[in-house]
Design a protein around this ligand. Structure first.
Ligand SMILES: [Cu+2]
Length: 342
C-alpha cells in the first residue's frame, strides 16, 4: 500500500512539474522585418542538449581568435585585414525549442574575436548583407570617421572600410551603433576586439567570455542569460583546463536591459585587469561587477583538480543560464587524479 501511494505521489509530481529539459510553453508568434514567421516559447529552464543540437558552438567560440590576413606595409608596420559581414535575418535555435532572429557579424552571436597587436593597422572590409542599416563601432582610439556612428552602411550589400591603428592595449567590445541601438545590440551585433601589448603577455590557456542575454519574447527584459550566448552550455559541457596552468579570460559584458552583471569564480581568486589596459592587476578577487560594455582580463591558476562553478552572483542570471563549470584536470602526466570533487 505504501509502495502504491509512493508511486502515485511520484507520478503526480512528474505530471505537475515538467522536466527541466522542456521549454516553458506559451509560444508567441513573431514576424521578422523581412516577413519570416517565427515562434518563440520565451523563458527556459536548464535545457539539456549537445553541440549537435545547437547551431552555434560556445566551446569552439571560447578559444577562437581571428588574427586576420597579415601583411607588412612599406614602413614595416603590420597590416591585418578582416572581412566582416553583417546580417539580420537569421533564425537560430539559441536553445532547444527557442528560435530567435539573431543579427550577426560573420554568422554568429557574438561575432568573431578580432585580435591585433598595439600599433598594427587594422583594416576591415565591412559588408552589410542585412536589410537594415548597420555599422561597426569599436571601443578604443581611432579617427572620428572610423567610429561607426555617423556613417550608417546600407543593407543589401552596402560596404565600408574601417581602418585604424590598434590601440590601446586591452580588451574592447565592438558593436553596431545604429538606432535604435538597444535593438541592434540585443539581437546580437557585437563582438570582442583584443589588442595585445607589443611585448606580449605570459603564455596562458586563453579564452573569451561575452556575457550576454536574449530577449526572446520582445518585452525589453532578457529571457535568459549566458556566457557566449547559449544558456547553461558550459555547465553541461565543462571547460577543460589543467592545474598549475595560467588561465586568462577576456570578459566582456554585453547584457542589455539590466544595469549590472557579474562573475564569481569558485574555489579560487583571480587577478583582474579592468579593460585590460594595464599590465599590473587592480584587484585580487573572486567577484567582479560589470556595467554595460565593461570588460577586463582575469588571470588565475587552479591548484587542486576537480569541478568548479563560475557564474553570475546576480542569482537570477545564473538560474536563467549564466553559469558554467571549469573541469580542472591534474597537470602531471602519468599521475592519476586524486579525485578532488570529481
Ligand atoms: Cu545594426
Amino acid at each position: 500500500m505504501i509502495l502504491l501511494l509512493s508511486l502515485v505521489i511520484v507520478f503526480s509530481v512528474i505530471a505537475f512539474f515538467p522536466t527541466f529539459s522542456d521549454a516553458q510553453s506559451e509560444p508567441k508568434t513573431f514576424v521578422t522585418h523581412s516577413g519570416a514567421v517565427v515562434k518563440t516559447s520565451g523563458e527556459i529552464l536548464d535545457p539539456l542538449y549537445t553541440s549537435a543540437t545547437v547551431e552555434f558552438d560556445p566551446m569552439e567560440y571560447l578559444r577562437d581568435f581571428n588574427y586576420g590576413q597579415i601583411s607588412q606595409l612599406e614602413d614595416g608596420t603590420t597590416l591585418r585585414e578582416f572581412t566582416i559581414i553583417a546580417n539580420d535575418d537569421k533564425i537560430m535555435e539559441v536553445s532547444p525549442g527557442i528560435f530567435y532572429n539573431v543579427w550577426t557579424f560573420n554568422g554568429t552571436v557574438p561575432g568573431p574575436t578580432i585580435r591585433a597587436t598595439e600599433g598594427d593597422i587594422v583594416r576591415i572590409k565591412f559588408i552589410n548583407n542585412g536589410e537594415k542599416e548597420h555599422t561597426m563601432h569599436f571601443h578604443g582610439i581611432h579617427p572620428a570617421g572610423m567610429d561607426g556612428v555617423f556613417e550608417p552602411v546600407g543593407g543589401n550589400g552596402g560596404q565600408f572600410f574601417y581602418e585604424f591603428e590598434a590601440g590601446p592595449v586591452g580588451v574592447h567590445p565592438y558593436h553596431c551603433h545604429v538606432m535604435p541601438l538597444e535593438e541592434h545590440i540585443v539581437h546580437g551585433l557585437y563582438g570582442v576586439f583584443i589588442v595585445d601589448p607589443k611585448e606580449g603577455r605570459a603564455p596562458a590557456d586563453e579564452m573569451v567570455m561575452v556575457l550576454n542575454g536574449l530577449d526572446t519574447d520582445f518585452d525589453t527584459e532578457n529571457n535568459f542569460y549566458a556566457a557566449n550566448t547559449i544558456p547553461f552550455y558550459y555547465q553541461h559541457h565543462p571547460i577543460q583546463i589543467s592545474t598549475d596552468e595560467l588561465i586568462r579570460v577576456y570578459v566582456v559584458n554585453m547584457v542589455e536591459f539590466d544595469p549590472i552583471n557579474n562573475l564569481h569564480l569558485h574555489g579560487n581568486l583571480y587577478k583582474y585587469y579592468p579593460t585590460g589596459t594595464d599590465v599590473v592587476p587592480s584587484f585580487y578577487t573572486d567577484m567582479i561587477t560589470l556595467s554595460q560594455t565593461e570588460r577586463g582580463i582575469m588571470e588565475f591558476e587552479y591548484q587542486y583538480p576537480g569541478k568548479y562553478l563560475f557564474h553570475a552572483h546576480k542569482v537570477e542570471f545564473s538560474e536563467k543560464g549564466w553559469i558554467g563549470i571549469f573541469m580542472v584536470n591534474e597537470n602531471k602526466k602519468g599521475v592519476e587524479s586524486e579525485g578532488y570533487g570529481s
